[in-house]
Ligand binder design. Structure first.
Ligand code: ATP
Length: 474
């Protein structure tokens, strides 16, 4: 009615004065805490802390709640937060504080492009004007501290993976691998443990030397030697989240950057089988001839078509240590590969991949850890034979573990060790036959090479004669 009867200009003025009058008469003030502030990509820490605080302190008075079940190895609990447009009342030092959860819906709601993610959520605190100082100086810091403490207590570790597009989805990370169950040479294990422990204590050192607080690990070795198990053990040791990055699902470098921005601190970013992920070589391999260049482009296009990804080596290098890589801290970047020789040296040079860890075939020390884990024994009469066989043949810890695992209730430690000995003897015999086969085919090749060279010699001597006779004729 107001808008109908008053001209627009006049109505604006009147509205302004009405607002002033209302705010003069209104004894309450409001403070808003937005989920995303300004252009920030990350959810505001204050918003998350308030969410936790309100869920535990004031959810009794709320009628509509959102439930989120939190489960980790230690406990399971239900975390409740307010639904949109709900209100709760809190008390602090005799003051009453009203909290409400609100959201701003974008103008283009009618458009098909609208989705839930476009809504801008915020918590609004309302209190009496006269309490303003206590609220801002004591109450808000108290809410934030409590919220962060609750978040720490109820934290669940997550295993994130990237789907199509540039977003992460996650499940709860509950892998049982630890450095105790990981079978490898004790000295090597100790070295890695020391490295990790000194990394997490080095915040000030990284700041002092002007480096962002992150460390790169390259895990390489044949299949089944424990690369994935080691990543899980690292995450369990440091209490970090894991971001398992599937490079082939990332369309281009921009999407890769977006994914990086949405990772949290205290996490491990993993790219498994980096040599198979994309065509990440070639681009930086010096000057190519015209033909090589053409082949390279052709090869890249083929990979692009096959995998649908345009991520380049330089995009990945930027991901690891470009400007944007400093957006989080206390982070490990782990690459795994079965073929270290296939990787571009730029990708794995020290400084990017600071520590190269080789995980190799099972040695006796590794076997002893597996025997302790799987059979609960530390020594046995059959150990010397196994030691000898492990020196003579290559078997991955995964295969050794599989042979050690009892398959039925009446199998005991000794019968499992015998199964392993049999498998090692078979592997040794297979390797011997393969080597003999290769040797004989090499022999055939070199013999045929000799024959050929003999023929060419004869041919060339024939032609030489011809030339000579031609020459003499001439
Ligand atoms: N060093 C190890 N210590 C303990 N268990 C191991 C080890 N290596 C392998 N295993 C066992 O073998 C299984 C496979 O190992 P894992 O997936 O860690 O190997 P990987 O090196 O990552 O293999 P791939 O290169 O094929 O991905 C694990 O579930 C684990 O039970």
């Amino acid at each position: 009615i107001f808008q109908q009867w008053f001209p627009e200009e006049l109505s604006k003025h009147i509205e302004k004065y009405i607002r002033r009058l209302v705010s003069f008469m209104n004894p309450y003030i409001t403070i808003s805490f937005h989920e995303y502030q300004g252009d920030e990509y990350e959810r505001s820490k204050a918003y998350k802390a308030i969410e936790r605080y309100l869920s535990s302190n004031s959810s009794n008075g709320v009628k509509r709640l959102k439930a989120n079940v939190i489960k980790n190895s230690k406990f399971r609990s239900v975390f409740l937060s307010m639904e949109d447009y709900e209100e709760v009342i809190d008390e602090f030092q005799g003051m009453t504080i009203w909290w409400s959860s609100n959201k701003i819906i974008p103008q283009q709601r009618a458009l098909i492009t609208y989705n839930d993610g476009d809504e801008k959520r915020y918590y609004q605190l309302t209190c009496h004007r006269k309490h303003r100082d206590v609220i801002t100086k004591a109450y808000v810091p108290h809410v934030l501290d409590e919220g962060e403490a609750i978040a720490k207590k109820t934290r669940q570790r997550k295993l994130h993976t990237n789907g199509i597009g540039s977003s992460w989805s996650h499940i709860i990370f509950d892998h049982p691998s630890t450095f105790d169950t990981l079978a490898m040479h004790p000295e090597k294990k100790k070295d890695i443990l020391n490295d990790l422990m000194s990394f997490i204590k080095s915040k000030d050192y990284y700041k002092k030397v002007g480096k962002s607080w992150k460390r790169g690990y390259l895990l390489y070795g044949p299949p089944g030697t424990g690369k994935s198990s080691m990543i899980a053990a690292m995450a369990n040791l440091l209490d970090y989240d894991i971001y398992d990055l599937e490079l082939t699902s990332v369309n281009d470098n921009t999407k890769l950057k977006k994914l990086l921005i949405h990772t949290s601190s205290r996490s491990i970013i993993v790219i498994e089988d980096i040599d198979c992920s994309l065509d990440l070589t070639g681009e930086r391999k010096g000057k190519n001839t015209g033909e090589e260049e053409k082949n390279l482009v052709h090869k890249k296009e083929k990979v692009k078509k096959k995998k649908g990804s345009e991520v380049t080596l330089s995009g990945l290098l930027n991901f690891i240590d470009g400007l944007w890589s400093a957006c989080g801290s206390e982070r490990l970047i782990v690459f795994t590969t079965n073929h270290i020789e296939k990787l571009d040296p730029a990708l794995i040079r020290r400084g990017r991949m600071d520590k190269h860890i080789e995980l190799s075939f099972c040695c006796f020390e590794t076997f002893k850890v597996l025997a302790k884990n799987y059979l609960d024994i530390e020594s046995h009469d059959l150990f010397p034979s196994i030691n000898r066989l492990l020196e003579e043949t290559n078997m991955s810890p995964a295969d050794v573990a599989e042979n050690l695992m009892p398959k039925s209730a009446d199998e005991n430690a000794e019968s499992c060790l015998k199964v392993l000995i049999k498998a090692l003897e078979n592997a040794k015999e297979e390797a011997r036959l393969k080597a003999a086969e290769e040797e004989s085919s090499d022999q055939v090749l070199s013999d045929s090479g000799d024959e050929e060279s003999k023929d060419t010699d004869t041919e060339s001597s024939d032609s030489g004669d011809e030339d000579a006779s031609e020459g003499s004729e001439a």
